[in-house]
Design a protein around this ligand. Structure first.
Ligand code: NAP
Length: 537
């Protein structure tokens, strides 16, 4: 281990993905703070550094899956497709880092392991796995919502003699599936992107499915240059629209009830959304789809029919048809030939509810009925979302209290950006904010701008600490739950409620109140002198 490096700066940023890069820029170049960013990866990019699995690309349209703070960059950068692929997003983020001269303040290959609030010094003492000890007034978490991977503890996993990978830690050199027998465990958004690509190469692909997913075609491709030009000319309106929208996209729910729409009309509307591709079906649908099971069933039925039309073997189609939870209550994956892939002769689907995985053996995966022999096993098993990345750092607030202890029964946070008992800690897209229920760059920019405003206010007014009050935190946490509970969203066993992680408390973590209304609330709180926060000299 390198010898301990002791230093002091104004702010430490944890992570150098979309959020960390912008936080570093904003705090350093707007407020003039001295900032150090630590990044666990060997390169910057966060999610886009680690998730290199085949088919990995953004599910948000490229023209809005980017920073908007730099209007010149918006005009200059050319995305090659409707949804940018992982290498292209990584190039973009590296370009931004160079353009803003961010690298000199980022330390790569360094994981923050501990952060302790020194109450006397009113500063955080941050430690890394490389021996750094940094004292900083502000601690800004940009750790991402989906960066702590979920590796289920299958019996015998260590005995497997083939190679195994997690989609969230994909090898940089890629994986050659040619002539290999491949198994994929999981059918979430990552698997839905990876499976069709792997199936093209592999000799045989076995997909182990626990929950069938509602997938809608992405409809990726080149964007008409005329449309690109028109959008570039219209960015001011687009930025306003996405910032004030519900989910950070140019989509709005149809305010009518699906149950009141005449059947021919709703069929036409559904078909239009289906043909548009992307999140239209999820986020521009009839509003009651998210509120009543009856309305939801109508939307779900349209998607069930699409699966039946696409998948030739009725038994496989049945297995691929989601059941037992309402449409849209788990994150909707976007697909390119996902269901079609199951028509290929080299692809096999195993329902692990019917035939559970009993163990991983040296030769493959043994379910209750047989052993599936594999050369390569891919875990597309997701993440310990939202709280996972924060809880794995030993963050100690007032009285030495661990954040992971405070959050033992679920996250408690004010606005998803601050935590009572943890002064000067800011959590970008933390639990309790729209975060994963939005187009991430929109929410990231909003949080970073708000945090920059807050720290600017503190410095102008000589406040040393800002801290959410317990009352404000409790009211916000109740509000987050109340909004979620007014919808069908918490009813599914999704990672939004932590259902994918054994033992995780079942709490709906993101804020469903909408990106626009949330932004307005945050702005009002700031305008009212940071209502719900205690500011102290
Ligand atoms: P995920 O959605 O959590 O999917 C994990 C899959 O593994 C699920 O099918 C899950 O089944 C299954 N699984 C987990 N533990 C299992 C076990 N012990 N046995 C059998 N199956 C198990 O993870 P993900 O696909 O990596 O996606 C996570 C999130 O990342 C997405 O929802 C999305 O927000 C984001 N993402 C974004 C993009 C993009 O924008 N381009 C792409 C990929 C991912 P259950 O459903 O039953 O839990």
């Amino acid at each position: 281990m390198a010898s301990a490096q002791q230093s002091t700066c104004d702010a430490v940023v944890v992570g150098a993905g979309f959020a960390g890069l912008y936080a570093l820029h904003s705090l350093r170049d707007r407020l003039g703070l001295s900032v150090r960013a630590f990044e666990a990866g060997g390169g910057l990019g966060g999610t886009w550094y680690f998730n290199r699995y085949p088919g990995a690309r953004s599910d948000s349209d490229s023209y809005i899956y980017c920073y908007t703070f730099d209007r010149k960059l918006l005009q200059e950068w050319e995305w090659s497709e409707r949804y940018p692929e992982q290498p292209e997003i990584l190039r973009y983020l590296n370009h931004v880092a160079d353009r803003l001269d961010l690298r000199r303040d980022i330390q790569l290959d360094t994981r923050v392991t501990e952060a302790t609030f020194d109450e006397a010094g009113k500063a955080w003492v941050i430690r890394t796995d490389k021996g750094d000890v940094v004292t900083a007034r502000y601690l800004v978490s940009a750790v991402g919502c989906l960066s702590s991977s979920n590796q289920p503890a299958f019996k015998g996993a260590e005995t497997f003699l083939g190679r195994s990978y997690h989609t969230g830690h994909w090898p940089h050199g890629g994986v050659d599936f040619t002539a290999r027998r491949v198994g994929v465990i999981g059918t979430g958004a990552s698997a839905v992107q990876a499976i069709p690509v792997i199936a093209q190469q592999a000799k045989h692909l076995t997909v182990f499915q626990r929950t069938a997913n509602y997938c809608v075609p992405a409809r990726n491709g080149k964007v008409d240059p005329e449309k690109v030009r028109a959008r570039k000319a219209d960015y001011e309106r687009i930025i306003e629209a996405i910032r004030n929208s519900y989910f950070g996209f140019e989509y709005d729910f149809i305010m009518q009830s699906v149950l009141e729409a005449p059947p021919e009309e709703r069929e036409r509307v559904f078909t239009e959304m289906w043909d548009t591709g992307g999140f239209a079906f999820w986020l521009a649908n009839y509003q009651d789809m998210l509120f009543t099971r009856e309305a939801n069933d109508v939307c779900a039925e349209f998607l069930h029919n699409k699966i039946r039309e696409t998948v030739k073997d009725p038994a496989v189609a049945r297995m691929l048809t989601p059941a037992g939870y309402p449409y849209g209550t788990k994150r909707q994956p976007l697909d390119t030939n996902y269901f079609e892939t199951f028509n290929k002769p080299n692809v096999e689907l195993v329902d692990v509810n019917e035939t559970p995985i009993e163990e991983i053996t040296p030769r493959g995966v043994r379910t209750s009925t047989r052993e599936h022999e594999l050369d390569i096993l891919v875990f597309a098993t997701g993440f310990d979302a939202l709280t996972g990345p924060l809880n794995r750092i030993a963050i100690r607030g007032r009285g030495g209290r661990l954040l992971s202890d405070k959050w033992r029964d679920g996250p408690h946070s004010y606005l998803g950006v601050a935590v009572a008992g943890f002064p000067n800690l800011f959590t970008i897209t933390g639990p309790g904010s729209p975060s994963v229920l939005s187009n991430m760059p929109v929410s990231i920019e909003q949080h970073v701008d708000w945090i920059t405003g807050c720290i600017g206010h503190m410095r102008r007014n000589r406040f040393a600490t800002v801290e959410a009050t317990g009352d404000a935190e409790e009211r916000w946490t109740e509000h987050v739950a109340e909004v979620a509970n007014s919808t069908l969203m918490p009813t599914a066993n999704s990672w939004y409620v932590g259902a994918n992680i054994p033992g995780k408390p079942r709490v709906f973590m993101p804020y469903l109140g909408g990106v626009g209304p949330y932004r307005q609330k945050c702005n009002e709180i700031a305008a009212n002198g940071y209502e719900g926060f205690a500011l102290a000299p």
